[in-house]
Design a protein. Structure first.
Length: 248
């Protein structure tokens, strides 16, 4: 029996936004390793193609690349339509795309503010609106990637934190709204993650010592755990040790 046939998500299709780096990229790898066919969405097509080739070769799954700007509602609708056309429909949607820019309120540019709001809130809304009918049909799972910044006051970047408070409140309200339907809605809240985000010119990958923050693969494991559960299970999963955080 091949890896795909033996995986916990064999026969399912998962869509991941923000799939070109960080938790998104590792989530594609992890879900594919569980046997799921994957639909990769982000703006950087070359990176998506490389990851798609990697998981297709490694796990004998199907991988489709759909370059997408999540701030464009028409593009997001087309993305979900493409995923729904897979032979087995759409079973898992991971709303992972997000961005951090700037930090201090007094020096933040209008461009940075609008970009964070557009990607981190508008993009999540557009994806949710487009995906719910498909997930209701399949009895699937919608997984939001939130942040510890959406649970505790965070002076370091108030606007980014505010968008993650929004995501968490939105996820919980969507879960309540579809509570009578056979589909799951959950949110995973990682601590600061070793990603390519840069804040004040310093990469988040280098900001913390080992063990202080979440590695992308750990975040991906949490997302995959949620995706494996029945729709009635798992609503919020936190991934951080507050005692280890030195930059909070």
């Amino acid at each position: 029996m091949d890896d795909r046939a033996s995986g916990a998500l064999a026969g399912m299709t998962a869509l991941v936004t923000g799939a070109s780096s960080g938790i998104g990229r590792e989530t594609v790898r992890t879900l594919a390793g569980d046997g799921a066919d994957v639909v990769l969405a982000a703006r950087r097509e070359e990176r998506l193609e490389a990851i798609a080739t990697e998981v297709t070769d490694a796990y004998d799954v199907r991988a489709e690349v759909v370059p997408t700007d999540v701030t464009d509602p028409d593009a997001v609708g087309a993305l979900v339509d493409a995923a729904r056309e897979r032979p087995d429909g759409l079973d898992v949607v991971v709303a992972n795309a997000g961005v951090a820019a700037g930090s201090d309120i007094e020096t933040m540019s209008d461009e940075d503010y609008r970009r964070m709001m557009a990607v981190n809130t508008d993009g999540v809304f557009y994806l949710t609106r487009a995906a719910l009918p498909a997930l209701r049909e399949s009895g699937g799972h919608l997984v939001y990637v939130g942040s510890f910044a959406g649970k505790y006051p965070r002076p370091y970047n108030p606007v980014y934190a505010a968008t993650k408070w929004w995501v968490r409140g939105f996820a919980k309200s969507v879960s309540a709204q579809v509570g009578d339907d056979d589909l799951g809605v959950s949110i995973v809240n990682p601590a600061a993650v070793r990603t390519e985000f840069e804040v004040d010119g310093k990469s988040m990958a280098d900001r913390y010592a080992p063990g202080e923050v979440v590695d992308p693969a750990e975040g991906a494991d949490a997302v995959a755990f949620v995706a494996r559960q029945s729709p009635s299970m798992v609503h919020e999963l936190d991934l951080y040790d507050r005692d280890k955080l030195t930059g909070f």
